[in-house]
Structure formats: structure tokens, C-alpha cells
Design a protein around this ligand. Structure first.
Ligand code: SF4
Length: 298
């Protein structure tokens, strides 16, 4: 039995909390020329392809996003989710202003900030720690892999010790940390993927998002895919690797995601991942038969 996001939300907020994707107008050092201009090899321009386009204040964005999902969220509780690009890539004063505005909304019960570990200087962590005293702050770090060769191929732009330091400083500041990893990166064997899961499990992070590699049109990854440089995973391979990762995580770590929300309009491969319902059903039925994941001892 693994600890799911729903378990965590039930425990902390008494039930479901709906994420509202918001835009703070950020860029990314991997795109603006600071580290590079092409971005990570799989990135279509910010991992939050479904985020609200920046229009109006944060408060107005929240109201608009709420209006679209209100019927689906009887609890009326929302998480302000800054997802696209690098959401701490700005001066601390600016971050404090927009994040404070988000958590000042009465229906917002938590703040989630997606970012890179190399964009978390101490003054930014101080801001996040201050906000965390008012409402819970969750920081999501895009690690993807612990393997340097893969990190260079995907143009991640920072070495592993930068991640270690970010997690350590965030945890010291009392902030909840979620780490993203990608399953199926070119050149990685299942063993290498398990090593990444195990590393994240021991990192001190609170949660993990396991995501399948999506090849999206318009990315440099798509060029390599079309050139036949790698293949993507089949559904049954993905499920096996996913199970292997979960077995290596500590039971108290919350699993926030078991697959990914690829941008269907741009999805080139694997096409089976476009049917999220089918994927989740296949994962759930595989897990039902998996005694270790169900928590039974063998
Ligand atoms: S760090 Fe995030 S936003 Fe920046 S290029 Fe990589 S995936 Fe895209």
C-alpha cells in the first residue's frame, strides 16, 4: 500500500483540494540565455502546458480558474499552483508579493511552487518559509534523473549536489518538498531508473511525482525520436518499472503522480499515454495483484 496524494490531502485538509494552475509571468534560466536558450530537451516551454495564461492579477486568475472548475470541487478548497516555467526565478520581493496575494484568497488552502533546485537562493527560501507560516507551501523540484550523463543529454543544467543542497535547505526551513522524476529517459535502463527513485526516497523529500517520458512535437527530443535514436516505453514496461520504483520508496513518502498529463495536442509518443483513464486503470489493476505494493508481506 503506498501513500497517495488523496491520503495526504484527506489527512491535512480533510478531503479533496483542487489545483488551480496560475501564471506568475516567470521565465526559466534554461530558456532566457542564462544557462541556455533551448530549454530542457523535452520541454515545450514550461512544464505546465495547461496553466492559466497571465491575465489580470493573481486574485483574478484564481477567480477565473475557480469558475471553470467550481462544479467539480464541492469542498471549495483550492491549491494555488504555480507550475509553468521556473516559479522562483525572480527577486525575492516579487515572489513574496505574488505568492502572498495567492494565499490571501480565502479559498486557497495551500501554495505549490514548481521550480529548479538551482533557483532557490537563501532569501527566496526565507520568503517561502515566511509564507509557510500562514498556509502550507509545497515546493516541487524537477530532478528527473540522478544520472549525470542523462542530465547532460536532457540539458537539465545543474549537477546533483545542487539538488541535495536545495532539499536540505528547504527541509531545514520546514517546507514540504516534492520531487519530479521521469521514467523512460533515453539511455536509461530500469536499474538506473530505480537508482533515481531510491535516491529521491532517501533525499528527505516528502513526496514524489513519477512521470512517463512524453515526446512532444516541437521539442528537440522529438527530433531524436524521429531520427530513431531511442524508443519510448510500452504500457506494460512502464507499469513494471513504476512498481519497481514504488517498492524502493519509503512507505511514508507520498506519491503525487503515477503517470503524467502530457499535452495531447503535441503528443508524438507513446500514444497509449494519451488515454489517461486506460493507463490509470491498467496501473490500478496491476497494483491490485501486487502483494508488496498492497503492503502484504511475502
Ligand atoms: S527547467 Fe522546466 S521550464 Fe525550464 S526548460 Fe527545463 S522543463 Fe522547461
Amino acid at each position: 500500500m503506498y501513500r497517495s496524494l488523496n491520503d495526504e490531502l484527506r489527512e491535512k485538509f480533510g478531503g479533496k483540494v483542487y489545483k488551480l494552475a496560475l501564471e506568475g509571468g516567470f521565465s526559466c534560466p534554461n530558456r532566457d540565455g542564462t544557462l541556455g536558450t533551448g530549454g530542457c530537451i523535452f520541454c515545450l516551454g514550461g512544464s505546465g502546458d495547461f496553466a492559466e495564461k497571465p491575465s489580470g492579477s493573481i486574485f483574478e486568475q484564481i477567480e477565473k480558474a475557480k469558475a471553470r472548475v467550481a462544479g467539480k470541487n464541492p469542498s471549495g478548497k483550492y491549491n494555488a499552483y504555480f507550475q509553468s516555467y521556473t516559479n522562483t526565478y525572480a527577486p525575492a520581493e516579487y515572489l513574496e508579493r505574488i505568492f502572498s496575494e495567492a494565499i490571501s484568497h480565502p479559498d486557497i488552502v495551500a501554495l505549490s511552487v514548481g521550480t529548479r533546485p538551482d533557483c532557490l537562493p537563501d532569501d527566496v527560501i526565507e520568503v517561502l518559509a515566511r509564507l509557510n507560516k500562514t498556509k502550507p507551501v509545497w515546493v516541487e523540484l524537477g530532478l528527473q534523473t540522478i544520472h549525470q550523463k542523462t542530465a547532460e543529454y536532457i540539458r537539465r543544467g545543474y549537477p546533483l549536489p545542487v539538488f541535495d543542497s536545495a532539499v536540505e535547505r528547504l527541509k531545514k526551513a520546514g517546507i514540504y518538498v516534492v520531487v519530479h522524476m521521469i521514467i523512460g529517459l533515453p539511455g536509461e535502463t530500469p536499474e538506473m531508473i530505480f537508482e533515481t527513485a531510491e535516491y529521491i526516497g532517501k533525499s528527505g523529500a516528502d513526496g514524489i511525482k513519477l512521470q512517463l517520458l512524453h515526446v512532444l512535437s516541437g521539442t528537440d527530443l522529438a527530433k531524436d525520436y524521429k531520427a530513431g535514436k531511442f524508443r519510448t516505453l510500452e504500457l506494460d514496461e512502464y507499469i513494471l518499472i513504476l512498481e519497481g520504483c514504488i517498492r524502493r520508496l519509503p512507505p511514508e513518502m507520498t506519491i503525487h503522480r503515477l503517470t503524467g498529463d502530457g499535452n495531447k495536442r503535441h503528443l508524438i509518443a507513446p500514444l497509449w499515454s494519451g488515454d489517461k483513464k486506460r493507463v490509470l486503470n491498467a496501473i490500478n489493476s496491476a497494483f491490485e495483484n501486487d502483494k508488496l505494493i498492497q503492503g502484504e508481506s511475502l
